[in-house]
Design a protein around this ligand. Structure first.
Ligand code: NAD
Length: 503
């Protein structure tokens, strides 16, 4: 069923031959029906080493191209993405199982970061600093950093790479990308779109953008190669725990975007209409497979029953099914392992005293090899070990609170620190939530859910989420190295701090 549009799309992106590589070890399946859509040959470790060497060559040329010209290449890439939004968005949906409007939204996010990066290419500002010495000037300059390795997760198979790629390219860096082994076709399609932009640009070095296909050991080559100046890795905390120390050991730079366990606090003054809409999208949307998915609802006891009743009604009415069909709001889980992890989490929540509604498998007759579920609502007596873990599936744990300080304590008492929000109209509570004593996450919102970030802000989180920031604000500084310059335009040589050294 999903194979027809998939094959047409592969043809559209010129991937038919690649996707049918004889003897390809990597089977690619659509979670929509579990059907195989391609068999890809994976790269060898040697081929990744060669890709890094090409990338290094590209760096030596690209770093000298003026930044606004580098921006012109990304402007063209944004144009090509606009032209191919429909096809690429559909491929994202087929490979990840997210609904079409989210597949298209992912491509829109790529276009947005291109626009942002184009503007940035004329704004890679350094500071001018007052020197303590007469007739001296100090300044800082930002230079291209080197080869950037990007390792990405399955759930945002294109956007996360583009956040890194668009900024890296305007900053003067080439990128070697290892996408998730579950979503390699989207990566190859992105390469095909970029190749068109590079052809129009004319002078992009050959190795500026490369993709290497394979499982984690292919990513490990990027992790350990000292020519990779920045390793930007998005995925589970388990992955970050392995990758971070290995990059640190060789004094490489790391940008980690890892798991979240995002909560919404609902206060007595909250507008429940907003809460139901905001939470349904953030908790059940994308079948619970966003790093920013709402996983915990911390509700004031006085509104808990009313809110739960409304959420249960909303959940019961959620159209679940083929994400390419109009009207469907929740697609499938990525695979059977993900379904098993969800069921295991629901069982342990139950053992810990949780009351589970939903979570069962759906549409098994129609799609025996796919994993559709009803998103689960689980009332918990306390913030147990299961609640404190990220399970990458649509499970919303509901906890009651009486006192606002208790809500804040529960909110922050998890190992992760990505996204958070509060619903309420009491200024004292909402401002406290945003203050130094409030949410300890990298993203803190008021009266909107935890998911669906825009590219203008820095994206990322604290604690086990890894501490990295990507996308907007000053995230570009990750992709450059800073030099502090002191210039003496006098005939004297005064030393700083009044030190005397007369020779
Ligand atoms: P995953 O950790 O299983 O895999 C992510 C990527 O890392 C894949 O490309 C995989 O091949 C690679 N990888 C795994 N172990 C590796 C190792 N030891 N060395 C090198 N590469 C390795 O994650 P997933 O299941 O694809 O994605 C879901 C997870 O990603 C969730 O935890 C989610 O919260 C997180 N995520 C975080 C963000 C964010 O911005 N914070 C965004 C998207 C997803």
């Amino acid at each position: 069923m999903s194979s027809t549009p998939a094959s047409t799309l592969l043809e559209h992106f010129g991937l038919t031959a690649t996707a049918a590589a004889a003897g390809g070890e990597l089977g690619v399946h659509s979670p929509i029906d579990g059907a195989g859509i391609a068999r890809l040959r994976t790269h060898s470790r040697d081929e990744v080493v060669q890709a890094v060497a090409r990338s290094r060559e590209a760096f030596l040329a690209w770093r000298s191209v003026p930044a606004p010209q580098r921006g012109e290449l990304i402007r063209l890439f944004g144009e090509e993405l606009r032209a191919d939004k429909e096809s690429l968005g559909r491929l994202v949906s087929i490979e990840t199982g997210k609904i079409l409007s989210e597949g298209l939204g992912e491509v829109q996010e790529m276009i947005d970061i291109c626009d942002f990066a184009v503007g940035l290419s004329r704004q890679l500002y350094g500071l001018t600093i007052a020197s303590e010495r007469p007739a001296h000037r100090m300044m800082e300059t930002w230079h291209p950093l080197g080869v950037v390795g990007v390792i990405s997760a399955f759930n945002f198979p294109a956007a996360v790479w583009s956040w890194n790629f668009a900024l890296a390219v305007v900053c003067g860096d080439p990128v070697v990308w290892k996408p998730s082994e579950k979503t390699p076709l989207t990566a190859l399609a992105c390469q095909a779109v970029f190749a068109r932009a590079a052809k129009r640009f004319g002078a992009a070095p050959e190795g500026l953008s490369q993709v290497v296909i394979g499982p984690r050991d292919i990513g490990e080559v990027l992790v350990d190669d000292e020519r990779v100046a920045l390793l930007s890795a998005t995925g589970s905390t388990r992955m970050g725990r392995e990758v971070g120390p290995r990059v640190a050991r060789r004094f490489g730079r790391c940008l980690l975007e890892l798991g979240g366990n995002n909560a919404v606090i609902v206060t007595p003054s909250a507008d429940l209409d907003l809460v139901v809409r905001g939470v349904a999208f953030a908790a059940a949307g994308t079948c619970g497979q966003r790093c920013t998915t709402t996983r915990r609802l911390i509700v004031h006891a006085s509104v808990k029953d009313a809110l739960l009743a409304r959420l249960k009604k909303a959940y019961a009415a959620l159209p679940i099914g083929n994400p390419l069909e109009p009207g469907v709001l929740v697609g499938p889980l990525i695979d059977g392992a993900s379904f098993q992890a969800m069921q295991a989490a629901l069982r342990s929540a139950q053992d810990e005293g949780g009351k589970v509604a939903g979570g069962e498998r759906l549409l098994q007759d129609k799609y025996p090899s796919a994993f559709y579920v009803r998103p689960a609502l689980v009332e918990m007596p306390a913030q147990t070990q299961t609640v404190r873990r990220e399970t990458f599936a649509p499970i919303l744990y509901v906890l009651a609170y009486e006192d606002f300080e208790e809500a804040l304590r529960l909110h922050n008492d998890v190992p992760q620190g990505l996204s958070s929000s509060i619903f309420g109209n009491d200024l004292r509570e909402t401002e406290l939530f945003l203050s130094a004593r409030g949410s300890d996450c990298g993203i803190a919102n008021v009266n909107i859910g935890t998911s669906g970030a825009e590219i203008g802000g820095a994206f990322g989180g604290e604690k086990e989420t890894g501490g990295g920031r990507e996308s907007g604000s000053d995230a570009w500084k990750n992709y450059m190295r800073r030099a502090t310059n002191t210039i003496n335009y006098s005939r004297e040589l005064p030393l700083a701090q009044g030190v005397r050294f007369d020779v």
